[in-house]
Design a protein around this ligand. Structure first.
Ligand SMILES: O=C(O)C(=O)c1ccccc1S
Ligand SMILES: [Mn+2]
Length: 257
């Protein structure tokens, strides 16, 4: 039996579970809010064209509008100034969209400290227990933040000092981006950087270092608690928007049960 036939058989018999890591996309999907004077993205919105009526008797269809960086979405290198000469989302090689994924669980720390930042030592501790980060793979950073995704205010968790959501320190972001062979970073929060990252050096270090290194980001993931620390295969499916900086994406994980 071919490898692909074995995979399909395993999916059908439950030996391999397909776990959906994608948040539902609707007008209630939380969006990033940048402070003045910066421009902001457009929330997701459906606009009905017809629904089996005189506008179209036998068909239902909609237009939709949304920013590239709304909901569960893919960040391409060109999204950041450090990656301005890199791939746009249509240029990402399809072979890089199927890759191993590991999960680093910091949910307990994030539960007590919404500004928690992952440091190199935390990753080293994870590797000591679970083995090395995967060559050409994704680091999925589990914080439990997906539980807040149904409430924009709770998800962004902002006060008069700005958003407070967990992330990665500049030092750790640089090390992960420039000194490991990861393909990208996936998170549960609204963006790959911590809520306070506008005040870091460099600002938004995960964007700056990962996209500057020709790597990718995935945001607003969910169900990371259903994945093993290592062994899952991640399938990321951004739309190939020509010239685009990213795209809403369906993200699936294959997990052996
Ligand atoms: O890539 C994103 O969705 C994102 O988080 C972002 C977008 C634009 C500006 C800053 C940030 S921090
Ligand atoms: Mn983005």
């Amino acid at each position: 039996m071919s490898v692909l036939a074995q995979l399909l058989s395993a999916v059908r018999d439950g030996g391999v579970e397909v776990v959906d890591l994608t948040a539902p996309l609707s007008e209630r999907t939380p969006i990033l809010k940048l402070p003045e004077p910066f421009a902001n993205t457009t929330p997701f919105r459906l606009r009905e064209i017809s629904r089996y009526d005189d506008r179209g008797p036998a068909w239902y269809w909609n237009d939709f509008e949304a920013g590239e960086h709304v909901g569960t979405h893919f960040d391409a290198p060109v999204h950041w100034v450090t990656g301005r000469d890199g791939e746009d989302v249509a240029q990402v090689p399809p072979g890089r969209l199927v890759a191993p994924a590991v999960v680093l669980d910091a949910s307990a720390r994030a539960a007590t400290d919404p500004d928690f930042l992952l440091e190199i030592e935390h990753v080293r501790d994870w590797e000591a227990e679970h083995g090395p980060l995967p060559d050409g793979g994704w680091l999925l950073y589990r914080t439990g933040w997906d539980a807040r995704a149904g409430d924009q205010d709770a998800f962004l968790n902002a006060d008069d000092t700005g958003p407070h959501t967990p992330g990665i320190s500049p030092e750790c972001a640089r090390w992960l981006a420039e000194e490991t062979r990861l393909v990208g970073l996936g998170v549960e929060t609204v963006g790959t950087d911590a809520g306070a990252a506008h005040g870091f050096e460099p600002p938004f270090p995960c964007h700056s270092y990962f996209l500057g290194a020709g790597k990718y980001g995935l945001t607003q993931l969910r169900n990371l608690d259903r994945l093993p620390a290592r062994g899952a295969v991640l399938l990321a499916s951004p739309l190939p928007i020509v010239g685009g900086s990213g795209s809403p994406a369906r993200v699936l994980a294959l997990v052996e049960r």
